[in-house]
Structures are given as structure tokens and as C-alpha cells.
Design a protein around this ligand. Structure first.
Ligand code: CNA
Length: 253
């Protein structure tokens, strides 16, 4: 059996899969990741002379200079990205194969929801709602979507800046994620897809689940990560191409 056949066999046998995704699953949809050759740092970073790539999502930096974040948001909203083959495959693992325990995504692009996943935690938040950074007034996406599409800073009626409910560096992650990290429900496989595993605490999830259930772990990512040694199967290749090859064998979609 070659490596892909082994991976297909593991997926086929599993019934309670935990999946962690990152920006790499959405690059084929036209959304840049942080660290790839067309990554955010290469356009927003250079345009604004960011001190480091993650400054786009740094809460202290946002209070001083919110425009880079709204520029990133514009790219996300204006291009109307559509789910990739891999997003669709993961949706089918939940809706067709009934094999998903939990999908945890670090992404804020809402493509997993668009593909049809419901059993999921968006551990870095969402654009669906926003709050004023001063008076706390809540806004719904339809109230500020037009501004996001124009790359405009959103202002509250009190005059302060409204921030979409994206979890910035320096902010707390949702309780649902912390609870799952502390006490993951029974799992028989962890798949980690398209993440450099460099952002804490999200990057700790695969290890936390493995520690509790001693199960196989698969990593699909072009580049190596600091946690490679913990994985049983690693595919350093394109995500969509890999899922197409998996689908050729398992014929899920
Ligand atoms: P990252 O640090 O940019 O890492 C992405 C990883 O994906 C890299 O290791 C690449 O090698 C890999 N990769 C990129 N394209 C492919 C591909 N086609 N096939 C295989 N591998 C690929 O991104 P992380 O998600 O690890 O970092 C976490 C940050 C990035 C989170 O806070 C996100 O919110 C944030 N982010 C999200 C998005 C999005 O929502 N789509 C976009 C950019 C950044």
C-alpha cells in the first residue's frame, strides 16, 4: 500500500473525525494565506510597511491603524470566493458520510459554512457580527457589508470604530473552542489541513486530541510545520489535488 492508499484506508475506517483547517485550504479560492508566496504579507504587508504579517490581525495595531485589516476584508468580500474541492469534500464528510466529530477552522472566510458544514467551531471568529470598540453596540453583517466591500473603516453612531467579531491576536478565543481543546469529545482520527501550525492556541488542538485518544493523525500541507513529528501521515502537496486523489479511491463526492 502506498501512503495515499493508507490514508484512504484510515479515513474509510474512521467514524468520528476531527479536522483543523487553516488559510491554506482557501488559497485556491483566491484568498491569500499569511506566509505563502502570494501571502498577505506580500501585499498588505509591503503596502503598509507592517512590522510583521500578523499585525493585520493584532488588536493593538488595529487601534492605531485599522486600514490594513479593512483592506484585507475588502479582498475577502469583493471577490465573492467560492468553496474549493477540499471544502466540499469536508462538507460531504459531515453531511453525506456522517463521519465528522468536529471541524475547527482558523479561517474567517466563511467558506466552510458556504460549503455546508454545521458541526464547526470558527476559533478565530466571524464577520457575521461586529461590535463598536467603544460603546459596544452590536451590528449585523448586512448593516456593514457594503463598507467591507469598499475597504472602508466602519464607524459606529457614537463615532468610534466598529470591529467585526474576528478574534485578533491579543483577544480571547470563543469558549466553545477552549472547551473542546480542554475536553475533546471521542475522536478516532485527526486531519490537519492547510495550516502552518504557528498560531497558539489553535495549533495545540491536534496534539490535545491525540493525547486523549491516541489516534492516527494526518497532515496535508505544502510546507513543513513545527509539529510534523507528531503526525503519522504527512502529505506535503496541494490540498485540492490531494482530496481529488482521495476521492478517486473513496468516491464520496
Ligand atoms: P498560514 O500561517 O498562512 O499557513 C498556511 C499554510 O498553508 C502554509 O504552511 C502553506 O504551506 C499552506 N498552503 C497554502 N496553500 C496551500 C495549498 N494550496 N496546498 C497545501 N498547502 C497550502 O495560515 P494559518 O491558517 O496556519 O495561520 C493562522 C492564521 C491565518 C489564522 O489566524 C487565520 O485567521 C489567518 N488567515 C485566514 C485566512 C482565511 O480565512 N482564508 C487567510 C489568511 C490568514
Amino acid at each position: 500500500m502506498d501512503k495515499l492508499e493508507k490514508i484512504c484506508s484510515v479515513i474509510d475506517k474512521s467514524q468520528k473525525i476531527v479536522i483543523l483547517t487553516g488559510a491554506g485550504i482557501s488559497t485556491s479560492c483566491g484568498i491569500p494565506d499569511f506566509r505563502g508566496p502570494t501571502g498577505i504579507y506580500n501585499y498588505v504587508g509591503k503596502k503598509y510597511n507592517l512590522p510583521y504579517p500578523e499585525a493585520v490581525f493584532d488588536i493593538d495595531y488595529f487601534y492605531q491603524k485599522p486600514q490594513p485589516f479593512f483592506d484585507f476584508s475588502k479582498e475577502l468580500f469583493i471577490n465573492k470566493p467560492q468553496p474549493s474541492f477540499a471544502h466540499k469534500y469536508i462538507a460531504a464528510l459531515e453531511n453525506k458520510a456522517n463521519k465528522l466529530n468536529m471541524l475547527v477552522t482558523q479561517n474567517i472566510d466563511m467558506l466552510h459554512e458556504l460549503a455546508g458544514n454545521k458541526k464547526m467551531i470558527a476559533c478565530h471568529g466571524t464577520y457575521h457580527t461586529a461590535h463598536c470598540t467603544k460603546c459596544g453596540k452590536k451590528y449585523m453583517l448586512n448593516q456593514y457589508e457594503a463598507k467591507l466591500k469598499n475597504g472602508e473603516i466602519i464607524n459606529c453612531e457614537c463615532g468610534s470604530i466598529v470591529k467585526p467579531d474576528i478574534v485578533f491576536f491579543g483577544e480571547s478565543l470563543p469558549a466553545s473552542f477552549i472547551d473542546f481543546l480542554d475536553n475533546p469529545t471521542p475522536t478516532d482520527l485527526v486531519m490537519t489541513i492547510g495550516t502552518s501550525l504557528t498560531v497558539q492556541p489553535a495549533c495545540l488542538l491536534p496534539i490535545a486530541v491525540k493525547r486523549k485518544y491516541d489516534i492516527p493523525m494526518i497532515l496535508i500541507n505544502k510546507d513543513s510545520t513545527p509539529y510534523d513529528k507528531a503526525f503519522d501521515y504527512i502529505i506535503n502537496d496541494d490540498i485540492d489535488e490531494t482530496f481529488k486523489r482521495i476521492n478517486e479511491q473513496l468516491k464520496l463526492i
